[in-house]
Design a binder for this molecule. Structure first.
Ligand code: ADP
Ligand code: GLC
Length: 471
C-alpha cells in the first residue's frame, strides 16, 4: 500500500514533542513491513534542512483566499530516514525557525494543507491512504472530499490520528475564504460551536479516526476540550492504537548520545555510570535516588504542581533524593524552577530548554521518571524510561494507564497514582525512595521493564488492519 503521512512534525527533521517521534518512526517501520510510506511536512528552517541533500520534486501555485502563492515540493535525496520525505516550501510562510507559535499559524497550516492536497491531486496515480496527524492537517479530509479543485482525490480513504485533542486549531468563519472553492452545503463538516474547527473536521470527514492509546480513546468521550459529544457520536469509526517506540533510536546498548552503554544484563552498573556523569554535571549526589522530569512545562503535564511537590518531597525525605528537570513552557513554572536551583543546590537542578542529547542521558541515568500528567494521550517518555530501566511514576490516565503497572501488582514495575496533586506526587516519591533501598526489587523491576516490547514492529500491523478495512 502507498500511505502518505501528512504532519507538522517528523523527527529528526523537526520535533516539538511525541508527534515528531511517531511520524519519524511509524513510516519507517511501515516501509520495513513492505508498504510504501511517505511523509509530507512543512519546510521549516531546521538544521536537518541545511545538512541534507534535496531535489526539487514539484513546483505549483495555489490560493489562500485572495493571496496567490507559489509552493515547491522538495524531496530528501538519499532515503536517509528509511522513507521518502517531502517538504513543502511556501516562501515567507513556512520557512521559519520554529514549528509553532506564530500569530499567523492558521494561515501557515491552512496554506500547507492546500499546497499538499493541490500537489497530490496533480499526481497521475492516487495513493491508497492519506494519513493525517493532529489538527494542523485536520482540514485535508474535508478538502479532498468537498473542494471542487481536488475532486480527483474524493475517493481516496483518509485516516486521521489524534495525538492531542486539547489543541484543535480553531478559526473564525471569516477564514473560510481561505478554503479553495468548496461545496457550501458541507459547512457543517468544518464547523464546531460556530467556528471552523480543523480537529473536529478531521474527525467528521476522515474515513477512520485513531488515537494513540486505548484509554485516551475512552477519555475523549468525556474529556476532549469541548468535543465530547462528537466523539460519542463518531465512536463507530474511532479506534485506539497504542504508539510504539523506535527501538533503533532508543536503545541503551548503542544510543549515540550515551558514552556508557548498557543492556538488561548489566543494567545496574550501566545506569550507575550514567547517573554518576549526570550527577557530576548537575552537582547532585549519585548515592541518592535520582528523579527526573522531561517535557513541556504546561498544565497538561501538571508541571504547575511540580515545583511545590518537589520541595515538599525534599523536605519529607530529609534531602534523601535528587531531582533534575528538563523542559520549557509556562514562564512562571520555568521561573519557579530556576529559583529553586540555588537554595536546593546538591539535590535539585533544572535545565530550561530543549535538549535531545541530555534527554537521552537522563533516561539512562535516572532511577525514576515523574509524569503526573493531567492529560496524556499516549506518552512516550514513560516507554523510553522503561527501555532504559528507569521506573516510571505516573498518574493513571490515558496511555500512562495503558503502559505502566504499579509495583504493588504481581509483575508490576512502576508507580501509579490517581490525582495530579502535590500530595499524590509526594506520596509516590516516598514509595520510590523506599523501594530504592531494596536492590533486589529494583533490579527485578528494571529487568522486567527493559524486556517489554513496545516496538513499532509489533504495532504496525494494527494500522495495516485499519487501512485494509477502508479499501
Ligand atoms: P508530548 O508529545 O505531549 O510532549 P510525549 O511523551 O509523547 O509528550 O513526547 C515527548 C517527547 O519530547 C519525548 O521524545 C521527550 O523526550 C521529548 N522532550 C520533551 N521535552 C523535551 C526537552 N525539553 N528536551 C528534550 N526532549 C524533550
Ligand atoms: C501528543 C501527546 C502524547 C503522545 C504524542 C505522540 O503530543 O500529548 O501523549 O505520546 O502526541 O502520539
Amino acid at each position: 500500500m502507498e500511505i502518505i503521512h501528512v504532519s507538522a512534525e517528523c523527527y529528526p527533521v523537526a520535533k516539538a514533542g511525541g508527534l515528531g517521534d511517531v511520524v519519524g518512526a511509524l513510516p519507517k517501520y511501515q516501509c520495513k513491513a513492505g508498504h510504501i510510506a511517505k511523509v509530507v511536512m512543512p519546510m521549516y528552517r531546521t538544521k536537518f534542512l541545511y545538512e541534507n541533500e534535496w531535489t526539487v520534486d514539484f513546483k505549483g501555485s495555489a490560493n489562500l483566499g485572495n493571496w496567490y502563492f507559489d509552493y515547491t515540493i522538495i524531496k530528501e535525496a538519499t532515503n536517509k530516514l528509511g522513507f521518502d520525505l517531502f517538504l513543502v516550501d511556501i516562501n515567507g510562510l513556512l520557512d521559519r525557525q520554529k514549528i509553532y507559535g506564530y500569530d499567523d499559524d492558521s494561515e501557515r497550516f491552512t496554506a500547507f494543507q492546500i499546497a499538499t492536497v493541490s500537489w497530490m491531486s496533480s499526481w497521475e496515480h492516487q495513493p491508497d491512504i492519506v494519513h493525517c496527524h493532529d489538527h494542523h492537517t485536520g482540514l485535508i479530509p474535508f478538502m479532498m472530499q468537498y473542494c471542487y479543485d481536488f475532486a480527483r482525490l474524493n475517493r481516496v480513504p483518509t485516516v486521521f490520528t489524534i495525538h492531542n485533542a486539547q489543541y484543535q486549531g480553531w478559526m473564525g468563519w471569516d477564514k473560510s475564504r481561505y478554503i479553495p472553492r468548496w461545496d457550501l452545503w458541507k459547512r457543517g463538516m468544518m464547523d464546531w460551536a460556530d467556528n471552523i474547527n480543523p480537529l473536529a473536521s478531521g474527525v467528521k470527514c476522515a474515513s477512520k479516526v485513531t488515537t494513540v492509546s486505548w484509554s485516551y480513546m475512552d477519555e475523549l468521550r468525556y474529556n476532549s476540550n469541548g468535543l465530547e459529544k462528537l466523539f460519542e457520536y463518531e465512536r463507530g469509526k474511532c479506534v485506539g492504537i497504542l504508539n510504539g517506540i523506535d527501538n533503533e533510536v532508543w536503545n541503551p546498548a548503542n544510543d549515540q548520545y550515551l558514552s556508557e552503554h548498557f543492556s538488561v544484563k548489566d543494567v545496574a552498573k550501566g545506569k550507575q555510570k550514567n547517573k554518576e556523569a549526570l550527577c557530576k554535571q548537575f552537582s547532585l549526589d549519585p548515592e541518592k535516588p535520582l528523579f527526573v522530569f522531561i517535557g513541556r512545562l504546561v498544565g497538561e503535564k501538571a508541571a504547575d504542581i511540580l515545583p511545590d511537590a518537589v520541595m515538599s518531597s525534599i523536605h519529607n525525605t530529609q534531602g534523601n533524593a535528587n531531582f533534575l528537570i528538563l523542559g520549557s513552557g509556562d514562564t512562571n513554572v520555568e521561573w519557579q524552577f530556576q529559583q529553586m536551583v540555588e537554595p536546593f543546590k546538591g539535590m535539585f537542578n533544572a535545565v530550561i530548554g530543549y535538549d535531545e542529547t541530555l534527554s537521552h542521558i537522563m533516561y539512562a541515568g535516572a532511577d525514576f521518571l515523574l509524569m503526573p500528567s493531567r492529560v496524556e494521550p499516549c506518552g512516550l517518555n514513560q516507554m523510553y524510561a522503561m527501555r532504559y530501566g528507569t521506573v516510571p511514576i505516573v498518574r493513571s490516565t490515558g496511555g500512562l494507564q495503558d503502559t505502566v503497572v504499579d509495583m504493588g501488582d504481581p509483575d508490576g514495575f512502576g508507580i501509579r497514582f490517581n490525582n495530579a496533586s502535590i500530595f499524590d506526587v509526594d506520596y509516590s516519591i516516598g514509595r520510590a525512595v523506599a523501594v530504592y533501598q531494596d536492590k533486589t526489587q529494583m533490579e527485578k523491576m528494571r529487568k522486567h521493564m527493559m524486556q517489554i516490547d513496545h516496538s513499532w514492529e509489533s504495532t504496525v500491523d494494527q494500522y495495516t488492519e485499519v487501512y485494509a478495512g477502508l479499501g
